[in-house]
Ligand binder design. Sequence first.
Ligand code: PMP
Length: 438
Amino acid sequence: MNFKEKLQFDSEHLWHPYAALKNTPARFLAKTAHGTTIETADGLKLIDAVSSWWCVAHGHNAPEIVQAIQQQSEKMCHVMFGGFTHEPAIELGERLVRFLPQGLNKIFYADSGSIAVECAAKMAVQYQYAKGHPEKCKLVALKGGYHGDTAGAMALSDPDGMHVLFRGIMPHHFFAERPNCRADEPWNDSDFKSMEKMVEEHLGEIAAVICEPVFQGGNGMWLYNAVYLKKLRELCDRCGILLILDEIASGFYRTGPRFAMEHAQILPDILCIGKALTGGSMTMAACVASEEVADTITNSRISAFMHGPTYMANPLACAAGIASLSLFESRDYGASVKRIESRLKQNLLPMKSLENAADVRVLGAIGVLELKAKPSNEDILKVIRETGVWLRPFCNYVYTMPPLITTDAEIDRICEAIRLVGECEPAPIVSGEDDFHE
Ligand code: PMP
């Protein structure tokens, strides 16, 4: 197949994320990816301004991770985790226990972020069951949140967001208003009222609250005040319900500190991590419980946690995770993210004056230009080709979450591409067209 035929086959036979099978904007045929750059079959070199959906923290194909996968593949690519354990799983576990905040140390390996969220919700329900509260089987989540695309995770994501069509197959949960108080504004107590009311009204049914700390990603690229989380921790403690933090997007230095929960100096009862865990090399996530949660489940009549994916603790993914954690430990990403943050602020904040700009926000290695209206996909693709910067705007959000190794010069190029998208003519939404959704 020549280049054209390959793309033709792709558009005839391969579903892509959040896209129609046909009639999608032209796709790029990725050939290689190293460091911050993806190279396409037709010779384009694109800076990956979105870390390939936020997972390629150390840059593409970090040699340390590639080598770890290669070495592990010579010994054992996979073995079932039921009845067996193995060294990569144990070593990754040891490293995670060291890397995670103290007290979060009972690890369930999952094969994707969505599955980690499913596991967290099930764990919370099983915890309440073990405590003698089988009726506490609902969660409270936040409007504007995103937790994944499987049924249980969709049911915890924004109820009016991208999954509306599937309401019929989703379990019902409760939703508090999105925290409106911005990360860069003083805290306003009224912002917590909706959550307080929701928990108090439905307490008898609630097992846990789940949220993305500080940074709501896939359903709005929103950055909110960390005081909300302090209040939430107090509320959960007062009411005897669990707090689940989904740090699948915000973890591993993305918002500045190692985990976004550090902005509020709180700990969850259950933590979800994923994406950057393997540095964007293999699919793997984890759901990590506190000792109290794990012990309560373990010491109850139904002591087993009833979840067990085929590829649980896949040794290749564990090896990648070990190498990735070594990089997180040995590099000063705290400093890199500070540098990226100040460069993003310098470049992006002046874009508030663009005619089509609705808002600009920056935290850590996250920069968002929110537009009043989105330009056409053709115009966005033109900017990508002309600037050599891979952007993936969705809805009205043009954003960057670059690899943590991205240089200042590359950040400048990324921001210039964002500006050019911000200056394109807004276009009407074409129904059925790939909305470049997250
Ligand atoms: N939670 C959050 C906060 C996410 O950002 C995502 C992915 N964007 C998920 C869960 C789902 O992860 P995955 O795509 O690996 O299933």
